[in-house]
Design a protein. Structure first.
Length: 330
C-alpha cells in the first residue's frame, strides 16, 4: 500500500503501450476503399492549372485527369467525383454546357470510363453552378431568385446526359426541393435504373467552400443561403434525409465534414444506406496552410482529420487527399 493510497487496479494505458498494441485495439480503421477523389477538369487548357487556394490540387487537362484516375485505381480508391470547368464564353443563363453531350464534364466522364472502365466508380457532380453565368445552382426567375422547379427540369436533363456519358453515380448537389425524385425518374425513363444517386442530403451554406470557388472558376455573386442549409440546424437535416430516402437516394452525404461531425453521426444513426461526408476545400486548405508554416505535422493532421470523419459514422469520405492517403495506408 502506497502512502498515497491504493494504486489503480484498472490501467487503460496497458492497451496503449506499443504501436502494435494500439493498432490491434483501434476502434476505427481507415481503408483506401473509404475514399472518393474530387477532381476538376478544365476545358481548353494544355497543362494542368494549379489552384492557388488549394496547394497540390489542379484543374486537370483531359490527359492529366486520366492519369489521376489511374493513380487512384492503383492506390485502391473507390471513386472519383468529377467537376467540369467550361470555357467562360460558354456559360449562359441556363448552364447549357451541363446538358451538352460534348460539354467538358460529359467528355471527362467518357474519358475516365474509357481509361479505367469499372475499376473506379465514376461519379459526376449534378449541378449548374459551374456552367451558369451567374454562378448559382439553378436557373433564375424574373425577379432574380433561384427557381426551384425550373431548375429541376435542367437537373433531369443533366442526369440523362451524364448517365449516357457513362457515370456510375450522379451526385445532385444543388439542394433543390424534390431533386432526388426528379433525377431518379429521369434516369429510369431512359432505362438507366443501374445508375446510383449519391444525395447531397445535408449541404450547409458554409464559409469552408471558399477555395472551391477558385477551383471551378465560379461566377457567383451573393450567396446560396436560400437553398443551402443553415449551419445552426440539425433537425432540418434529418427532414431532408427522410425526403431524399423517400425519393430514391441510394447513398446520402453531409457536406462539409469536419465542422458537422455531429450531423454525420445523427445521419449515420438514422439510416441503413451508405453515408458519405465531403471534406471540403476549406478543410483541406487550412491543414495545408498550417503545415506549410510548420504549425502542424501535415501527415498526422491529414490522417487524424480523416479518422475523425469515419469515427463519426461516414462510410465514405470525399477528400482531396484520397489518393495520397490511400497510398500511405497501403
Amino acid at each position: 500500500m502506497s502512502k498515497y493510497g491504493s494504486f489503480p487496479g484498472t490501467r487503460p494505458r496497458r492497451l496503449r503501450t506499443t504501436s502494435v498494441m494500439r493498432r490491434m485495439v483501434a476502434e476505427t480503421r481507415l481503408h483506401p476503399a473509404d475514399f472518393i477523389l474530387p477532381a476538376f477538369v478544365r476545358e481548353g487548357v494544355s497543362e494542368p492549372v494549379p489552384i492557388a487556394a488549394m496547394p497540390g490540387v489542379v484543374q486537370h487537362t483531359r490527359d492529366s485527369l486520366k492519369k489521376a484516375a489511374v493513380e487512384a485505381v492503383e492506390a485502391g480508391v473507390s471513386g472519383i467525383m468529377l467537376f467540369g470547368v467550361p470555357e467562360e464564353s460558354k456559360k449562359d443563363a441556363l448552364g447549357t454546357p451541363g446538358t451538352d453531350p460534348d460539354g467538358i464534364l460529359q467528355v471527362a466522364i467518357r474519358d475516365v470510363r474509357a481509361e479505367v472502365g469499372d475499376e473506379l466508380l465514376v461519379m459526376s457532380d449534378l449541378c449548374l453552378d459551374e456552367t451558369i453565368d451567374h454562378g448559382h445552382c439553378g436557373v433564375l426567375d424574373a425577379e432574380g431568385r433561384v427557381d426551384n422547379d425550373a431548375t429541376l427540369e435542367r437537373y433531369a436533363e443533366m442526369a440523362q446526359v451524364q448517365a449516357d456519358a457513362g457515370a456510375h453515380v450522379v451526385g445532385p448537389s444543388g439542394m433543390m426541393d424534390g431533386q432526388i425524385g426528379v433525377v431518379r425518374d429521369a434516369l429510369d425513363q431512359i432505362g438507366r435504373e443501374d445508375v446510383a444517386i449519391l444525395a447531397y442530403t445535408a449541404k450547409y451554406s458554409s464559409a469552408f467552400y471558399g477555395p472551391f470557388r477558385e477551383a471551378v472558376a465560379s461566377s457567383l455573386k451573393g450567396d446560396r443561403k436560400t437553398y443551402q442549409q443553415d449551419p445552426a440546424n440539425v433537425r432540418e437535416s434529418l427532414r431532408e434525409l427522410a425526403l431524399d430516402l423517400e425519393e430514391g437516394a441510394d447513398m446520402v452525404m453531409v457536406k462539409p465534414a469536419g465542422p458537422y461531425l455531429d450531423v454525420v453521426a445523427r445521419v449515420a444513426d438514422a439510416v441503413d444506406v451508405p453515408v458519405a461526408a465531403y471534406q471540403v476545400s476549406g478543410e483541406y486548405s487550412m491543414i495545408e496552410a498550417a503545415a506549410e508554416k510548420g504549425w502542424v505535422d501535415r501527415d498526422r493532421a491529414i490522417l487524424e482529420a480523416l479518422t475523425g470523419i469515419k469515427r463519426a459514422g461516414a462510410q465514405n469520405i470525399l477528400t482531396y487527399w484520397a489518393t495520397e492517403a490511400a497510398q500511405k495506408l497501403r
